[in-house]
Design a protein around this ligand. Structure first.
Ligand code: ADP
Ligand code: MG
Length: 642
């Protein structure tokens, strides 16, 4: 039986004995050749749903994923299981990509990870039809939707891959974050032959969600962490604040550290490992902290401020309690937060004039003349760019993302690329060279002893370890490599760490540069919509927090009984049914008219004493307000103007 064979693969490679919920259904769906959209929360085990079937089938599985660091991580993990996997991304030279694709065609590779902007390139398209593709997996598939919170235009190119694969090969789209409308959009943009959504519940029964209204967050935090056991995360919205709060916690004798994307990679890795190992108890971080977190026993995730959307909140808070034991997701809220949100909204949507300024500055910075630059890749340091042109960092960053959305440029995250070497000559020619050039003989032998595979592909090398092994200085090693390269014996690509910008179009003159309302005003509208949903969550005093979150993702559920709203309602000692009944009545009455308390209570045909309890509770939670004539009215959540 097929399923038995899949389970054997699961055990043979990963050592797991059984599938998690839905993994098997997804595998059966894609192996039957059906396009599939799989929705599973983070940590649910999405990777195995394409890795297991791909290992069962002949041919190679193409995996499209947006972050290069994540891609490298997965490829290394597969390699450590003795599975042949390859990565192709914009951080590689054209020659490297060429060789890598050749190896995929002839070298029985099982997985090809590729960043989406590579799919549109001629080089990839020329080779792809020679690959025997058995499955196409699209990770973080919500990036294809303009309505999602993390749209990447290059994802729109993915559907083009259909031209190059046989009809029986399925597309598998995976995400941990899709509202019903985003799910529809994903299937449409990927040109699903038939709609087909498989989803697990997103319910997290062991997480107790809470919103704390506190004016003095610092005091609340230092006071409350004491009562909370175990380790956790405090999310903040600025790099500066992450440091400040970590220092505050340390001054109060907590084991705490901070983390953000502005820190050197080595330091970030070190901080993350210390937290994962439990040496650091609390990490205060921006949303850059998240990728590749593999820690099950996280007892709390506290948000110093609300994020911009429920998607982000759910993902970040969901890092709590992966071990299934009780955990807290707490969001702090104070009256001044609104002002901050308004400011950040302004910075998120710089005026169109500013976006055009940034475009021109960028082209000048990269020295691209009008009419040229198409399909060129540049190293790019935003820090250097803004300081040279004296631009404000956040607004510039956001302007660049509008240029990306509009399809003029693409940006990658900072990539840490090691040095790489590939022998251009065959073994025989190399031998002749060694004999004729004694000076290089020892060094070439050292290379051949230290690494394998250099005749067929670019292999990552490390100059420092070559220096250590040979007793040469690092500089001497470098000079040998450069010399061999100039003699056309090897190709040597020195390592570097950089972000890239890829020009997808030639440079346009200012007049021709369009920021369409589709990509600006509509995006703003959607952004405000998501923000308002987030505010709804914070301000809600009557609906279970878990129900609210799940409802946002289109899932119906019962109230959790353990969030702050449920707990307070539990204390009211009314059944959910009674409470909702009275609540509805009161709301209906007050939406038509204003009453004083006695009159209002008398109009509800339910036990008075219970009605009073609910009324008092609604007054306490500001859902019902009293004006200066003592009349009551229903207060809608105070939202941003839409
Ligand atoms: P996602 O992509 O959905 O966030 P991953 O694919 O990264 O999740 O998997 C999360 C973790 O769960 C990984 O450590 C993985 O090894 C583990 N895992 C996945 N499937 C199983 C399974 N059937 N049994 C045990 N562990 C699993
Ligand atoms: Mg994943």
């Amino acid at each position: 039986m097929k399923t038995e064979e899949y389970r054997q693969i699961l055990t043979r490679y990963w050592g797991f004995t059984s599938f998690r919920p839905l993994q098997e259904e997804i595998i059966l769906s894609v192996t039957a050749g059906r396009d599939t959209l799989a929705l599973m929360p983070t940590g649910g085990g999405k990777s195995l749903t394409f890795q297991v079937p791909a290992l069962h089938m002949d041919g190679i599985c193409v995996v499209i994923t947006p972050l290069i660091a994540l891609m490298k991580d997965q490829v290394n993990r597969l390699k450590s299981l003795e599975i042949k996997a390859m990565a192709i991304h914009s951080g590689m030279s054209a020659e490297e990509i060429d060789i890598a694709l050749d190896n995929c065609v002839y070298g029985d590779y099982k997985f090809l990870y590729i960043s989406p902007e590579r799919i549109g390139t001629r080089l990839f398209q020329a080779r792809v039809s020679r690959l025997n593709i058995n499955l196409v997996a699209i990770d973080e598939a919500h990036c294809i939707s303009q309505w999602g919170y993390d749209f990447r235009p290059s994802y729109l190119k993915i559907a083009a891959i259909r031209e190059f694969i046989p009809d029986r090969v399925a597309l598998l789209a995976l995400t941990a974050s899709a509202t019903p409308s985003v799910a529809e959009d994903i299937m449409e943009k990927l040109e699903f032959r038939e709609k087909n959504v498989l989803r697990t519940s997103f319910e997290r029964k062991n997480i107790s969600y809470m919103v704390k209204r506190v004016e003095d967050k610092a005091t609340w935090l230092t006071g409350s962490l004491e009562k909370m056991g175990g380790s956790g995360i405090v999310y903040v919205r600025s790099r500066k604040r992450s440091k400040e709060i970590a220092e505050l916690l340390a001054a109060n004798n907590y084991s705490a550290d901070f983390y953000h994307a502005g820190l050197p990679q080595e330091m970030r890795d070190r901080k993350q490992s210390a937290w994962t190992a439990g040496t650091t108890r609390i990490i205060v971080a921006t949303n850059a902290f998240g990728m590749g977190i593999d820690k099950a026993e996280v007892r709390f995730v506290i948000h110093w401020e609300m994020p911009d959307s429920i998607e982000e909140y759910f993902q970040e808070s969901g890092r709590a309690g992966r071990d299934g034991k009780k955990a807290f997701a707490i969001l702090l809220h104070s009256s001044s937060d609104r002002k901050q949100l308004e400011n950040s909204l302004k910075k998120k949507f710089p005026p169109v004039r500013r976006i055009k300024d940034v475009y021109e500055a960028l082209c000048n910075y990269l020295q691209i003349p009008e009419g040229s630059g198409k399909n060129t890749v540049f190293d790019f340091s935003i820090r250097d760019f803004v300081s040279k042109y004296r631009l404000p960092v956040i607004e510039t960053f956001n302007s660049l993302s509008f240029l990306q959305r509009e399809g003029y440029v693409e940006f990658t995250e900072e990539i840490n690329n090691p040095s790489r070497v590939h022998f251009v000559v065959g073994r025989d020619d190399l031998y002749r060279f060694q004999v004729a050039n004694e000076l290089f003989d020892d060094f070439i032998k050292l290379l051949l002893r230290s690494y394998t595979g250099m005749f067929t592909e670019f292999v990552a090398i490390n100059e420092d370890s070559l220096a250590r092994r040979s007793g040469l200085s690092r500089d001497a090693v470098y000079k040998f490599l450069v010399k061999l390269s100039s003699l056309s014996i090897i190709r040597y690509i020195p390592g570097k760490k950089t972000a890239l910008v890829i020009f997808t179009e030639e440079r346009l003159e200012r007049k021709a540069l369009v920021i369409s309302s589709n990509n600006y005003l509509d995006v703003r509208k959607k952004h405000v919509f998501r923000l308002n949903k987030m505010i709804d969550y914070v301000e809600s005093a009557t609906r279970c927090r878990s129900v609210l979150l799940l409802d946002y993702f289109g899932e119906e559920s019962d109230r959790c009984g353990i969030c702050d709203v449920c707990r307070e309602r539990n204390e009211l000692d009314l059944s959910k049914y009674e409470f909702d009944l009275i609540l509805d009545e009161l709301k209906k009455l007050l939406s038509r008219n204003s009453y004083d308390a006695a009159e209002l209570v008398s109009k509800v045909s339910l036990p008075q004493e219970k009605v009073i309890r609910v009324l008092r509770w609604l007054l306490d939670h500001n859902k019902i307000v009293r004006d200066d004539r003592n009349l009551l009215s229903w207060r809608e959540a105070d939202l941003f103007t839409r």
